[in-house]
Design a protein around this ligand. Structure first.
Ligand code: COA
Length: 317
């Protein structure tokens, strides 16, 4: 496959660190030092499916195709207001496409899992032009009274249109079941027969454990992919990493012995937007004219599961 268009959409409401200081025992200084974040976009009146649709339409326009050309939609999503149907089905109706749709939940790695699935589907000859959307509202999963977690997240959607091509140089997906580290549990509707105990709780995260695992697994994925492709770290123009935390990105940069010029970031302005983060950053680079034909890019993300996804792509647009 190759990427031929990208798009993004973010909620209008911007919540600064100073605004968080108003109701949490926190400080701008603590948040900036520990995370690199200064503000984040947070859903207020918007619906996630509308942001997803806006990102999708922008990607379709950027690709120079029409919704009628899309013959498969994959949406990466962890939560939204609908349990069913999948967000991909809602996007399909909103953009006026007519094709099969599926949602994937691989937490923050979801956009890369979805790209990998799109490549498989194109290789199998079952689809030619695929819309991949990552739309997330993690601010709806956290306890807004818990300073250790609610400051970290933002909401948004990113999208890419992919079609036949040879631009995926390599990809690597891993999953290690480690649910105790990061999870969010909800209760379902009661029935007359339920006897087991169930409890709805906001997202739980062991921040330090996630930090360590993220740095080690992402660096390992990248090194493995570079070795397999016979590339050196400096051959990659940009490492487009999951924007979870500036210190995680700096640590991965250090592991690869590169300088930060290879690591574009936007975590300062968006916070952690889960699987949308890599897609949003890719779109920013594309629209800012920072990507040239022939550039090699690494996409790498990690998240609950514990899942990781990484790939090397050549920019062909
Ligand atoms: N403001 C002020 N103080 C805060 C705070 C906040 N928002 N959140 C936590 N603290 C306090 C803690 O209570 C603790 O205080 P104590 O020493 O008096 O007990 C202190 O800061 C240190 O907390 P700790 O959790 O050890 O901080 P940390 O340096 O590990 O940073 C994270 C916390 C969450 C920023 C960091 O662990 C992290 O980035 N983890 C990865 C998270 C991530 O990427 N998740 C997404 C995965 S997809």
């Amino acid at each position: 496959m190759k990427i031929i268009g990208t798009g993004r959409a973010n909620p209008a409401k911007i919540v600064t660190n100073a605004m968080l200081e108003e109701f949490l025992d926190t400080s701008d200084e603590w948040i900036r030092e520990r995370t690199g974040m200064t503000e984040r976009h947070v859903i207020s009146s918007e619906k996630l499916e509308d942001l997803a649709t806006e990102a999708a339409l922008k990607a379709i326009e950027n690709a120079g195709v029409t919704p009628a050309d899309i013959d498969y939609i994959i949406c990466s999503n962890v939560v939204n207001e609908y349990i069913t149907p999948g967000l991909s089905c809602i996007i399909q109706g909103a953009i006026g496409a007519k094709c099969a749709c599926v949602d994937v939940n691989a937490a923050c790695s979801g956009f890369i899992y979805a790209l990998d699935m799109a490549d498989d589907r194109i290789k199998s000859g079952k689809a030619k032009t695929i819309l991949v959307v990552a739309a997330e509202e993690p601010t709806r999963m956290v306890d807004w009274k818990d300073r250790s977690i609610c400051v970290l997240f933002g909401d948004g959607a990113g999208a890419a249109v992919v079609t036949e091509g040879d631009a995926l140089i390599g990809s690597r997906l891993t999953t290690v079941s480690k649910t105790e580290c990061l999870h969010y549990v909800r209760t379902l509707e009661p029935t007359p027969y339920i006897t087991k105990e169930e409890e709805a709780k906001p997202m739980y995260m062991n921040g330090r454990e996630v930090f360590k695992t993220a740095v080690l697994s992402s660096s390992r994925d990248i090194r493995t992919l570079l070795d397999e492709a016979g590339l050196q770290p400096a051959d990659i123009k940009y490492y487009i990493l999951h924007q979870a935390n500036m210190r995680i990105i700096e640590a991965i940069c250090g592991q690869l012995k590169l300088d930060m010029s290879h690591f574009p970031t936007n975590v300062a302005h968006y916070g952690n937007t889960s699987s949308a983060s890599v897609a949003i950053l890719l779109d920013e680079l594309n629209r800012d004219g920072k990507l040239q034909k022939g550039d090699k890019l690494v996409l790498s993300a990690f998240g609950a599961g514990f899942t990781t996804g990484a790939c090397i792509i050549e920019w062909t647009k």
